[in-house]
Design a protein around this ligand. Structure first.
Ligand code: PMP
Length: 400
């Protein structure tokens, strides 16, 4: 009879999972693993740019010189040497940070789950950008949140502060989740004055800001915009999330969060239940890498290559999309967002496009609120400029 109890417990979660992750889009995109498909859907950093040799050397060094430490259990908050290095990098970028302010996480995706556990009770409201990073929607949905979209202006300003103020007053959300720099999925960056305005609304109304920044270091042009966490009023109510996935390698599964002490403690308790700690050897190897190598120089090389790839996509996109389409022009990151004319439905069109040997992600799943079915996301960093050109020619055929 115990099976009955389990059967009763499973459906709500399973239903939440399939509503988001088990869609026909996922089935169509499964074929994009075939090598002949030019995959603009994936969102994968360019693997040929990984500093495999440097990372291998860091692992070898750690295992040769401190094997007993590297292979042992560690503390939940993270290896002190890595926390110190992350605090130093954050401070160097204008946000004074101590090692104690940092919690190392297993990818920044885990930081989202920990925050959902620490901050969200079932039924609580979470505000997100419209559109929003898909796996953040999943993390908040799994925690039982009611996820509400905040209007964002399309021409790059970012979250509309008046609309945010009104929503915060009406919905009393626990937190606002934002990817203000080179957002996934749109590639857009929130302007500085918007960041200040968002910080001021959060301070006035008492709401947490979760500022997710895995892409900010991948800037190809333009001026860096300071983190929301550094604006007046936001300092003690912003959680800043970082990751090595896009600047070192996603397979390391290394991310971190910077939060005020009480929230950091709550996240550490949640992390104990999740995985005790992030792999010690990976943390020590990353710290070794930061000490021995020049990560910033590596990131500058990667950004240079990504810039050429973005330019290749921008050069070919007008001919690939139907007349009347619009698209973003990201100053960094990995993604470009396009909107086809009104009558187009990118979900319905995907099968025919994949038959031509190219893939995108339809925009609809990225919306917490009313989806715009004419939108799509293209990742421009995984292929060479020639492959991008060919992919766009195939896309043109598929959309015809
Ligand atoms: N946040 C955003 C906005 C992302 O795009 C991603 C990765 N696609 C993540 C978090 C998770 O990254 P990771 O867990 O690899 O650090």
């Amino acid at each position: 009879m115990t099976g009955l109890g389990i059967a009763q417990a499973v459906p709500p979660l399973a239903a939440r999972a399939t509503a988001i992750g088990g869609s026909p889009v996922r089935e169509i995109l499964a074929v994009t693993a075939r090598p002949e498909v030019i995959n603009f859907a994936g969102g994968l950093p360019a693997p040929e740019l990984f500093d495999a040799e440097g990372i291998a050397a860091a692992f070898r060094d750690v295992l040769a010189h401190e094997p007993e430490r590297a292979l042992q259990y560690s503390t939940t908050e993270g290896e002190p040497v890595l926390r110190a290095a992350l605090a130093e990098r954050t401070t160097a970028r204008g946000l004074p940070t101590d090692a104690d302010d940092v919690l190392v996480t297993t990818g920044s995706q885990q930081a989202l789950s920990l925050l959902a556990t620490a901050l969200v009770e079932p039924g609580d409201t979470v505000l997100v950008e419209s559109p929003c990073y898909l796996a953040a929607l999943q993390a908040f949905a799994f925690a039982g949140a009611r996820v509400v979209a905040v209007p964002v202006d399309a021409d790059g300003g970012g979250i509309d502060p008046d609309a945010l103020d009104e929503l915060v007053t009406r919905e009393r959300p626990k937190l606002l989740y934002t990817v203000p720099t080179f957002q996934n999925p749109t590639g857009r960056t929130m302007a500085g004055e918007r960041r200040a305005a968002v910080a001021s609304v959060a301070a006035r109304r008492g709401v947490w800001i979760v500022e997710d920044d895995p892409y900010g270091e991948l800037r190809f042009e333009g001026e860096r915009v300071p983190w929301i966490a550094s604006y007046d009023g936001a300092q003690d109510r912003t959680v800043l999330l970082g990751s090595f996935s896009k600047v070192m390698a996603p397979g390391l599964r290394l991310g971190w969060l910077r939060a005020p002490a009480a929230l950091l403690r709550a996240c550490a308790v949640a992390k104990q239940a999740a995985d005790l700690h992030t792999p010690t050897v990976n943390q020590l190897a990353a710290a070794r890498y930061l000490a021995d190598r020049d990560l910033d120089a590596h990131v500058a090389r990667v950004a240079g290559v990504y810039r050429e790839r973005r330019d290749a996509m921008l050069a070919g996109i007008a001919d690939a999309l139907p007349a009347g389409s619009t698209w973003t022009r990201p100053e960094g990151g990995m993604f470009l967002w396009a909107r086809l004319p009104e009558s187009y439905d990118t979900t319905a069109l995907l099968r025919g496009v994949v038959e031509q040997g190219v893939a995108y992600v339809p925009g609809a799943p990225f919306y917490a609120g009313e989806p715009d079915p004419a939108t799509l996301r293209l990742c421009f960093v995984t292929q060479t400029p020639d492959e991008i050109g060919e992919g766009l020619r195939r896309l043109a055929k598929g959309l015809r």
